[in-house]
Design a protein around this ligand. Structure first.
Ligand code: HPA
Ligand code: ZN
Length: 338
């Protein structure tokens, strides 16, 4: 498609990428070796980087992916591991003209195996500091995610530790999110956690919903949790009233097209409601989610959407402006990004 040059040159905002989802099979194996971590010996997928990569082509669902995703965490130990992972992502994203990146990470899944929150954030911050020198047009923000497969009290414990760090109020953390398994995990389960976050003064709240779960989860996340953004939100299209509300309130959905196809949320890219969201003026951004697992960074996601939908330059202008407007950065920074 002749728009691919245009799409490459288009300045981008990425709002939905999990830093732990950027670990390639090669890096996973080399860190396992360096850190003397043994990988599962009862799963032939872990025979080699190539067999692991091949297994990623056969994901059947979000939960099937999450099983491998959390095994990948086990090889990340020291500050330098998190620094290298984050710097490599920022370098690749910048090469695809990402000028503003909001990066998710999952502290509970590190803390639970003895890697402290301070270790993780120290590595990520070191990468951000180097990026400020090496990638001068790039702004970087970090968003911790509560993990839904763990008990709610663990989520409260995480929020308490994060609040005690002071990092929500010194520019280290830009907001608070929630991810992991979705079906059966109704937003009401996390009402007390989000209330505590709001009471403590955290302004930017988001949550993964509508990836596998129904539109009602999206609607209830907005009303019960008070989130200002929805990660994925794909299935919002099943509720016309919700669509009207998303448009009217300028609530941004952080869509992840290749992720939805690889995890079998949709059969084909063409089945995503991209055209419908555009026509209904629902604000959305296009993101990579877990690029090392799903086989595409942000530009590959933009190009896959273009191939499926044949959008016009004006459509991309609308997407790009919406992504800037929906970013968690200052009005001044938004003007620079325009
Ligand atoms: N959905 C839920 N949890 C996740 C995802 C996702 O797309 N990526 C990493 N953790
Ligand atoms: Zn995600």
């Amino acid at each position: 498609d002749k728009l691919h040059g245009f799409l490459h040159a288009l300045p981008k905002c990425e709002h939905h990428v999990h830093i732990e989802g950027t670990i390639s099979p090669e890096l996973l194996f080399s860190l396992a070796s360096k850190n003397e971590i043994s990988l599962p010996s009862d799963d032939p997928a872990f025979d080699s980087p190539a067999t692991l990569l091949a297994r990623y082509q056969n994901f059947t669902s979000l939960d099937d992916f999450l099983h491998y995703y959390f095994i990948g965490f086990s090889v990340l130990l020291g500050v330098s591991d998190f620094e290298a992972l984050t710097y490599d992502y920022l370098s690749l994203a910048y090469s695809q003209k990402v000028y503003h990146a909001e990066i998710f990470f999952d502290p509970q899944a590190h803390i639970s195996r003895g890697v402290t929150y301070q270790t993780v954030i120290a590595g990520m911050n070191a990468a951000k500091k180097r990026a400020a020198v090496d990638f001068p047009k790039l702004s970087v923000e970090f968003i911790p995610c509560l993990l839904r497969h763990l008990p709610v009290p663990s989520g409260h414990g995480l929020l308490t530790e994060l609040l005690e760090s002071g990092h929500f109020f010194d520019g280290t953390l830009v907001g608070f999110g929630m991810s992991s398994t979705e079906l059966g995990m109704h937003p009401s389960l996390y009402k007390s956690v989000y209330e505590a976050a709001q009471s403590a003064g955290i302004v930017n709240l988001t949550a993964h919903y509508g990836e596998e779960g129904p539109a009602d989860y999206v609607k209830d996340a907005l009303s019960i949790l008070g989130v200002g953004r929805i990660d994925h939100g794909r299935r919002s299209i099943e509720d016309a009233e919700l669509i009207a509300h998303l448009a009217e309130s300028n609530t941004m959905l952080t869509l992840c097209p290749i992720s939805n196809v690889v995890l079998k949320g949709v059969d084909r890219m063409h089945d995503l409601p991209i055209r419908e969201f555009l026509d209904a003026n629902v604000r959305f951004s296009i993101n990579s989610d877990d690029p090392a697992y799903f086989g595409g960074y942000i530009l590959e996601n933009y190009c896959a959407v273009q191939e499926a939908f044949g959008l016009a330059v004006e459509d991309w202008g609308k997407i790009a402006r919406g992504a800037i407007a929906g970013s968690w950065c200052s009005p001044l920074r938004k003007e620079q990004l325009l």
